[in-house]
Write a protein that binds this ligand. Structure first.
Ligand SMILES: NC(=O)C1=CN([C@@H]2O[C@H](COP(=O)(O)OP(=O)(O)OC[C@H]3O[C@@H](n4cnc5c(N)ncnc54)[C@H](OP(=O)(O)O)[C@@H]3O)[C@@H](O)[C@H]2O)C=CC1
Ligand SMILES: CC(C)(CO)C(=O)C(=O)O
Length: 311
């Protein structure tokens, strides 16, 4: 199989690195000093589960150089997906499948702006990893897992084939019965902790121990639940409780990637998280005042980050 990893950051670097060590032909799209380091020395993944080195068949910043991919793993941030899909469209065939791994729940729709719906899968992952230095990925915590599915949840031969490729690479991969439901559960978790964490600059432990902030997290989650149900996602009140059980188990010092982006004045996924909920709540006639407040408070900072100014 010809596999392309588009974006070799925390996620693309970890899973792309695993795939590069299989028999498949693996190409990396990266840029700048990170690309140069990978071209010169390969990609080094420092992982608390065991370090490994990966040498892709090709590392480039030019899509014209790559063989037509059978599978593309999207490793960019969710707000970079539309642009990436536009750039990819002329370089794929009708048989190419695209698997997004971004946090958020509208990534397939973003890809559909340039790529045919029947070539798009849905997916998400769990791990904590980031670029530590050019050519080096640090996988810091969480046993990496990957969930994937067809948009209509059918267990097709092609999804089984892709799942098998990840298993072959030693990645813990799942095809849940309902990929959208599982993705919304993760979305509820990550959106609830990221935004309030970003707004208050607090760790998960600090938010859990403040009754006010804890209630704010719960209100955020219930607004997300209402939007999900309006969109006919099979998710219930029990799922909110399960999300809060997961929140209760997190290391008190932990912060989510979007929260860290917000805190470091980098462009973040705020608009794909709370922004999406506010937009969809309006569309479905639902009140979402907590998500609206969070979004309004963080948007000026987000705009500064996008204008290249540090907050
Ligand atoms: N990191 C994590 O632990 C987790 C992240 N996620 C989700 O995964 C997604 C990816 O996050 P993450 O891996 O952290 O993001 P990163 O910022 O670490 O990685 C994105 C990479 O894509 C590169 N990129 C973007 N556009 C291009 C382009 N046109 N050409 C070449 N390279 C490009 C970026 O390069 P450059 O830096 O030059 O812009 C960067 O190296 C997000 O949706 C995130 O929420 C989900 C679970 C865990
Ligand atoms: C919370 C976590 C680590 C779970 O994978 C995540 O998705 C993120 O930080 O973006």
């Amino acid at each position: 199989m010809n596999i392309l990893i588009y974006g070799i950051g925390g996620v693309g670097g970890y899973f792309g690195g695993k795939l590069a060590n299989t028999k498949h032909h693996v190409s990396f799209i990266a840029r700048g000093g990170h690309l140069k380091a990978i071209q010169e020395k390969g990609l080094f993944v420092k992982s608390f589960l065991g370090d490994f080195k990966a040498t892709p068949d090709l590392a480039t910043d030019r899509l014209t150089n790559i063989p037509t991919p059978d599978l593309i793993l999207m490793g960019v941030k969710s707000w970079q997906l539309e642009q990436a899909a536009k750039e990819l469209a002329p370089h794929i065939s009708n048989g190419t499948l695209v698997l997004p791994l971004q946090n958020g729940v509208n990534n397939p729709e973003k890809l559909m702006t340039s790529i045919s719906e029947d070539q798009i899968l849905n997916g998400f992952c769990n791990l904590i990893s980031f670029i530590e230095a050019p050519g080096i990925i640090c996988h810091q915590a969480f046993r990496p897992t990957l969930s994937m599915g067809e948009l209509d949840n059918r267990r097709t031969d092609r999804i089984e084939r892709i799942h098998a490729v990840f298993l072959e690479a030693g990645v813990e991969s799942k095809i849940p019965e309902d990929i959208h439901r599982e993705q919304w559960k993760k979305f509820m978790f990550i959106t609830t902790i990221s935004a309030i964490g970003g707004l208050t600059r607090s760790t998960i432990g600090e938010m859990r121990s403040s009754p006010y902030l804890y209630q704010m997290m719960r209100d955020t989650a219930f607004e997300i639940l209402k939007v999900a149900q309006a969109k006919h996602i099979n998710i219930a009140r029990d799922d909110v409780d399960k999300v809060f059980e997961i929140i209760a188990k997190q290391d008190p010092q932990s912060t989510a990637s979007t929260q860290r982006d917000l805190m470091h004045g980098k462009p973040s996924e705020l608009e794909n998280f709370n922004g999406y909920i506010v937009e969809q709540a309006k569309k479905h006639g639902i009140q979402a005042p907590v998500n609206e407040l969070i979004l309004a408070c963080l948007l000026p900072m987000e705009r500064r980050a996008r204008a290249g100014l540090k907050s």
